[in-house]
Design a protein around this ligand. Sequence first.
Ligand SMILES: NC(=O)c1ccc[n+]([C@@H]2O[C@H](COP(=O)([O-])OP(=O)(O)OC[C@H]3O[C@@H](n4cnc5c(N)ncnc54)[C@H](O)[C@@H]3O)[C@@H](O)[C@H]2O)c1
Ligand SMILES: [Zn+2]
Length: 377
Amino acid sequence: MTKRVLITGGAGFIGSHLVDKLIDKKSYEVSVLDILEEQVHGKIDVPPDYLNKKVKFIRDSVTNHTILEDLVEDSDIIIHLAAMVGVGQSMYQIKKYIDHNILGLANLFDVLVNREHNVKKVLIASSNTVYGEGKYQCNACGTVFPELRPLNQLKKKDWELHCPKCGSKVKPLLTDERSPYNSSSIYAFSKQAQENIGLMIGNTYGINTSILRFFLVYGRRQALSNPYTGVCTIFSTRALYGKPPIIFEDGMQSRDFVSVNDVCQALILAMEQNIANGEIFNVGTGVPITIKEVAETITQKINPELKPIYNQQYRIGDIRHCVADISKIRNKLGYSPKISFKEGIGNLIDWIKTQKDDIKKPSQRAMEELKEKGLLK
Ligand SMILES: NC(=O)c1ccc[n+]([C@@H]2O[C@H](COP(=O)([O-])OP(=O)(O)OC[C@H]3O[C@@H](n4cnc5c(N)ncnc54)[C@H](O)[C@@H]3O)[C@@H](O)[C@H]2O)c1
Ligand SMILES: [Zn+2]
């Protein structure tokens, strides 16, 4: 029997890939609820061309209770991806991020609790940002979870983390799901709130809810017109314009870049297995990649003449390292990332080359806005 899946935010980057994968499986009927946020999609009134024609598309907001009542009634599974996604931007568009991200999710669970429905599963897209810096090792004190680096440390260009107990330098470890919350942006806080509301209401009413904490997702269809997301697209679009990547700090900060294909793998595994109910899972690769490596991989592929610029700037609120420990999702759900960074970035660049019209020097605009708000030093 086919199952009815509602994907909120399904016209976006991750959602549209998931739509394709579910439709290919032939056992799902897919509906998408999406507002087509201008910052992501540009000015459009109809779904983007890439959105699979076999979906039922509804242009509306997750904050609209009436619309959700109808959609929830017609769904067996809900995958909640709708969100505003700019970490830096969330620090000055506070109300907008709380409205879409927290009230949107609250609205969904309000409908799930107060209306009759057959929903058997809810997945919520969360983010590595809820960890802040994540997990580190101090030689003297053991495992520690440091706060963000203070401004006076960054001013001295002392980039690595210090132990919160003894002050000595610490080494990054892979961050697992038991690590404490340490949100340092409104965006991260909104994801933390989504997790808390989803699990609390899910447990109370027996609504099977799972949280997936995505690390840095990249791939085709990533918004190029949204200047607030995605170092891979920012470096790639600059390089295609003949401009070198601009690197904050010393470039040795590391992240976990996960291909959108592997994120879809994780979503489908969590959707199809009851063992995922009530649980939180990291979705990454477990492989640290430094920003310097990102810049070099991209310039090598596009224009090896371009030499990255290290201008010693830093962004307030940036973390130094955060890489996923993926043992839990690997062991419980059988997840195994398939796409290496080198392979994935090659695919991303091939696609960006076909999208030249959409590239409007976005990263410059974002930098100017961050500077104006005092968040770029
Ligand atoms: N891309 C990443 O690296 C990453 C990392 C961690 C978490 N996430 C989370 O994954 C989810 C999907 O992200 P994405 O990268 O595909 O972003 P995206 O911006 O491409 O997609 C989000 C979609 O949600 C829609 N949307 C926004 N507010 C809405 C509302 N109120 N009602 C209905 N639709 C709304 C937008 O129009 C957009 O199509 C988000 O929840 C995001 O926070 C993404
Ligand atoms: Zn210590």
